[in-house]
Design a protein around this ligand. Structure first.
Ligand code: SF4
Ligand code: MSK
Length: 649
């Protein structure tokens, strides 16, 4: 038993984290785990979504005795408004990330991108053609400029619907049109979300929720999709790459630099800076054996995917990483970086350096990242870490030995290539495997950690159950890091843990049973993969036909609310390990968990138990397979000439 009420082993499942949680308890350091307990019983009004503080006649909270707020708003209105505001928060976060990248692409096109360049011209030209740019006879910079302008309009368009919606299957586009949820510019959708939910505007819960779907679509098919496309153009399209995960990637005798957050522009340069011979020499002169760059959360995922930089940990490990006493500098950018970090760092020589002007924390050093002189900025941070190494107290260092091998880098492009080869890169083998029943379906397991659930346990239990039942799992974000720590991102995991059909496919193609597709914004890549499956043929003509399910087992962020909402609007059922804060309205709950099925062919499903979730996912997949009439395992048969003629092959 730990010093607190919850037994330590119920807080995390990996030994490295448990070791660091024990250390925190011994040192009396405050972590998410201890603060979660300090918060004790969480507010029931907040949990059920019936607390409103939108105007200053309130705050109001709805109870049986007080069913209306002072203005007359009922629980349905209040719960729906709170939900839309969460979707807007998540959409804003992803889309602002996308906007920064588009602005960087524009700078590169204008020759003002400093050390940034166009790394993947093929992807640039392919994307340009998709958006109607005639690229023949144009330089890559000209094409990049035109594409950046189109993408910038995705943010500012007032009336015109997002162009990126055209990347979806036609039938899905028709659903959005029919339901009147095609978003115009992302910024406008967000402003409208705030306008609708301010005092005395939109009071019809359904109308409010439909704007939540509209706003979320501007994230998944807009801001996030744009972020993934532009990242690939500037930083390169990920291809399979090996690395390691967990706190054991930190070096006992190396200068350790951690990146944390979401935006890849600075970390890309750090990945270059740490291998600069001048930097390595300086580290050695400071008494270290070299420099270790590793990451937490999605900035980590970004540079893992493209450079093989190791993953130190996921969301709930950010504080634990500092407790190793071996981190010289933790560099934060935006999103998911806890305000507690400087307080923990205080007990060590560790410096927390914030680099985005919109994301500063008391106690952190702020060094705004200078994109114009990106490599110099990155080298400055590396020098800071090297200098700080001299202040490290070896007596305070405790690095868990845990680290696991992984293979990441599964962009849609690389999946297509792995399945079909250079000359015939295609999703056909995957579609065939699903049709023949060797793979039953696809599950996107995504999202965060949350101290309400033993860290990683739901994600790992569910993942193991699904791959055993021949479901191919796609991961992004902290879920991918959880899988990495468990060794599930290796081809060997298929041999040991996958069902016979999935194992056969993984063996033939040489892929793990769980594919790491990137960071939170890269959930757009999962939509892209599902679209590829539809376009390849044989599995229906809409995303809602594909035997695919999205799952956010341990989510905590508003971004996850936005992701879930755009998945449902896209026709993909979503299973949540933790419920939304909507139980205070039966109507909102019914609409999101049932009513949307009629509108979009998909809905939310809440399932707190991972084993039951596995059964639910299989039920959802099998229902789709039944509808497609493919739910029997058929062996490959050789057709004779007569049969071939009849089948027109
Ligand atoms: Fe209360 Fe209505 Fe104001 Fe909300 S908007 S705080 S329910 S009076
Ligand atoms: S980092 S949003 S904790 S997945 Fe993208 Fe992880 Fe969730 Fe942040």
């Amino acid at each position: 038993m730990s010093e607190t009420n919850v037994p330590r082993e119920k807080k995390a499942m990996d030994q490295a984290s448990l070791q660091m949680i024990e250390r925190a308890e011994k040192l009396g350091a405050s972590t998410t785990f201890s603060r979660y307990e300090t918060q004790k019983v969480q507010c029931g009004f907040g949990k059920s979504g019936v607390c409103c503080r939108i105007c200053h006649m309130g705050p109001c909270r709805i109870t049986a005795k007080a069913p209306l707020g002072i203005c007359g708003a009922d629980a349905d209105t209040i719960v729906a408004r709170n939900y839309l505001r969460e979707v807007a928060g998540g959409t804003a976060a992803h889309s602002d990330h996308g906007r920064h990248l588009v602005l960087l692409l524009k700078s590169v096109a204008e020759g003002k991108g400093g050390q940034y360049a166009i790394k993947d011209e093929k992807v640039l030209r392919r994307a340009a053609r998709k958006f109607g740019i005639i690229d023949a006879d144009k330089t890559k910079k000209q094409v990049a400029g035109e594409l950046a302008d189109i993408f910038l309009k995705e943010f500012t368009s007032q009336e015109e619907h997002l162009k990126t919606l055209s990347l979806a299957p036609l039938k899905r586009q028709a659903v959005w049109k029919r339901q009147n949820i095609e978003p115009a510019g992302i910024d406008r959708m967000l402003v409208e979300a705030l306008h609708r939910t301010t005092m005395g505007v939109d009071h019809d819960y359904k109308n409010i929720l439909m704007h939540a779907f509209r706003t979320a679509l501007s994230d998944g098919w807009g801001g996030s999709r744009v972020a993934s496309i532009v990242s690939d153009i500037i930083f390169g399209t990920p291809i399979p790459i090996a690395s390691n995960a967990n706190l054991g990637v930190l070096g006992e005798k190396t200068v350790n630099i951690l990146v944390h957050g979401h935006e890849p522009a600075l970390s890309e340069m750090l990945a270059i800076a740490v291998s600069d011979p001048e930097m390595v020499k300086a580290a050695k002169e400071a008494g270290a054996e070299g420099i270790t760059l590793a990451g937490i959360c999605c900035t980590a995922n970004e540079i893992l995917m493209r450079h093989g930089i190791p993953l130190a940990g996921n969301f709930l490990q950010q504080e634990l990483a500092l407790l190793t006493g071996a981190v010289e500098v933790m560099i934060t950018d935006v999103q998911c970086c806890m305000p507690s970090l400087p307080e923990i760092a205080k007990a060590y020589h560790t410096q927390i350096v914030s680099t985005s002007d919109i994301a500063q924390t008391i106690g952190a050093v702020h060094e705004a990242f200078d994109e114009q002189h990106a490599l110099e900025s990155a080298k400055g941070l590396v020098r800071r870490a090297i200098e700080n190494y001299k202040r490290r107290d070896p007596a305070k260092v405790c690095i868990p030995l845990a680290k696991r091998a992984l293979v990441a880098g599964f962009s849609v492009e690389s999946i297509r290539y792995m399945l079909g080869g250079t000359f015939r890169s295609t999703f056909r083998p995957l579609n065939d495997a699903i049709i023949q029943g060797r793979i039953k379906g696809v599950a996107g397991i995504v999202g965060c950690n949350n101290p309400k659930i033993r860290m990683d346990s739901y994600m790992i239990t569910l993942t193991r159950e699904l791959i055993k039942r021949d479901v191919l799992v796609l991961n992004t974000g902290c879920a991918a890091i959880a899988s990495a720590k468990e060794g599930l991102l290796t081809p060997e995991a298929a041999l040991e843990l996958a069902g016979p059909g999935l194992r056969e496919v993984c063996e033939a193609v040489g892929i793990p049973p769980v594919l790491h597709m990137g960071s939170c914004v890269d959930n757009a890549r999962i939509l892209e993969a599902a679209t590829e499956i539809v376009l390849e043929g044989g599995l229906g003509d809409d995303l809602s036909d594909v035997p695919a399910v999205g799952i956010a087992p341990e989510w905590m962020s508003e971004k996850a609310v936005a992701i879930g909402t755009y998945c449902v609007a896209s026709g993909i059922d979503v299973v949540l390990g933790l419920p939304f804060h909507i139980s205070g309205s039966e109507k909102v709950t019914n609409f999101l968990n049932k009513g949307t099925h009629e509108l979009f062919g998909a809905s939310f499903h809440v399932c707190p138990d991972p084993h039951e979730a596995a059964t639910l996912v299989m039920d959802l997949i099998n229902a789709k397979r039944d509808k497609l009439n493919i739910n029997k395992k058929s062996e490959r048969t050789l057709l004779d000439m007569k049969q071939r003629r009849e089948a027109h092959v």
